[in-house]
Design a protein around this ligand. Structure first.
Ligand code: SF4
Length: 419
């Protein structure tokens, strides 16, 4: 087992738009840990070189990345550059979805330590060990090139959300509050169940209100968003609405003075079969968003069934109708190129998009990417036919569809190539 002379002085957590929520939550957990107060912490969006140079004048520097599977090319370049420029004065640490799904790849890339699973506890334990010149390999979930085995996220301890801040208020690195983690569904294109487990955990209403009051008082928050795989499952076990818990969350959050509340809109989403008039009427009393993010994903029941979605196209259309009737603008997620999708299925999805447009719904178009950790991680990436690409382009020009489907096609190909 390797122990190197560490003497850590600085933590540079590379911020990027794709991982900003993770950075906020992880730095939140670090900044409230009294054992880590001597660390000089930065979260630069741009090149960290000048900060590294400043830091290594005082001791070793930890550079941390939360790695999304779609960002590995960018991070590979940066890791190579840091290794070349600063050699062993920098300790490179990776966490995030790709670390949990492909830890050995990140070690080969050059990271010294990889944090598998939830980072709130293990990342700060790793930092504590480094501050004390110890090898953090004993921390559950932390691995290095000296590790014999790499654990799966499901074998590691799960955190309690209330035990950690939702964001780094002291550093003013903030984001939406994650109110729910874990998902009992197993959609085959999604890595969430692998990463966060099938057991649903919620941040308590008291904790949400506590942090929002602080955010209003200390940082002048005027609005808040929430993060959840399915906003309507708040308070329950994930498979049905628990109306009193959901109402309590919205009511108590809304009672924080001066705060506008955005719930069920991006970056959270709702599963269609959870949507009822009763719930959305209740929502309207509290939320400021007029959009509702609904995951329909396909216009074909056979594609939905194949993807293990556990809802039908009709349930999606019913949810969209209810949203419109209760005064919301539905933002509907659709994925093209899912495994097993036939031309007929694509036509059905395109027709649904036309129908949604005539209902004044907005569509968010995606192309299937074989995400590491998802059940379909080994499937071929989705590819649009010329005709579908042309039609989606038309939708985009008419401003009824947004999305980065071309970019996702190439990211998907890249993921496929890395398997
Ligand atoms: S897509 Fe949503 S409902 Fe399906 S497994 Fe992922 S988080 Fe759960």
């Amino acid at each position: 087992m390797r122990v190197r002379s560490l003497g850590v002085h600085s933590l540079i957590f590379r911020a990027h738009t794709s991982s900003r929520y993770s950075v906020a939550a992880l730095l939140g957990s670090v900044e409230v840990d009294s054992r880590l107060q001597s660390l000089n912490i930065h979260a630069p969006i741009d090149s960290p070189d000048s900060l590294i140079r400043q830091g290594i004048g005082h001791g070793n520097v930890v550079v941390a990345h939360s790695v999304m599977s779609t960002q590995t090319n960018r991070i590979t370049h940066e890791v190579r550059h840091i290794k070349k420029e600063f050699d062993n004065r920098v300790i490179l640490v990776a966490g995030g979805p790709h670390a949990s799904a492909r830890p050995s790849e990140l070690i080969e890339m050059g990271f010294d330590y990889v944090v598998i699973g939830e980072g709130e506890s293990s990342f700060r334990e790793l930092l504590y060990q480094l501050l004390n010149d110890s090898d953090p390999i004993s921390v559950p979930g932390v691995v290095s090139k000296d590790s014999d085995t790499f654990p799966l996220p499901k074998s590691l301890p799960r955190i309690t959300l209330d035990d950690y801040p939702p964001f780094a208020l002291g550093m003013n690195i903030v984001g939406p509050i994650e109110v729910t983690r874990g998902c009992p569904y197993g959609c085959k294109f999604c890595a969430t169940p692998f990463l966060t487990g099938g057991v649903v955990r919620h941040r308590s209403v008291d904790s949400v209100v506590h942090w929002l009051r602080k955010a209003v008082n200390e940082r002048g928050f005027r609005r808040t968003w929430f993060l959840s795989p399915n906003a309507l499952c708040y308070g329950g076990r994930g498979r049905r609405v628990v109306m009193d818990q959901l109402t309590l969350l919205l009511k108590e959050t809304k009672s924080v003075e001066g705060l506008d509340l955005f719930f069920g809109s991006f970056p959270s989403e709702v599963r269609p079969e959870f949507v009822t008039s009763e719930i959305l009427e209740m929502f309207r009393q509290y939320v400021s968003n007029r959009t509702l993010q609904i995951g329909l994903q396909s216009g074909s029941d056979s594609v939905l069934e194949n993807a293990n979605r556990h809802h039908t196209v009709q349930e999606g259309l019913d949810a969209i109708d209810i949203a419109i009737d209760t005064g919301f603008i539905p933002h509907v997620d659709m994925i093209f190129g899912l495994p097993g999708e036939t031309e007929k299925d694509v036509e059905a999805s395109l027709q649904i998009c036309e129908d949604l447009a005539s209902m004044k719904a907005n569509i968010h178009g995606h192309v299937f990417m074989p995400l590491p950790g998802s059940e379909w991680e080994s499937m071929p990436a989705g590819q649009l036919s010329d005709r579908t690409r042309q039609i989606l382009g038309e939708f985009s020009r008419k401003k009824i569809m947004t999305g980065s489907w071309s970019h996702q096609e190439s990211l998907g190909k890249n993921l496929e190539g890395n398997q």
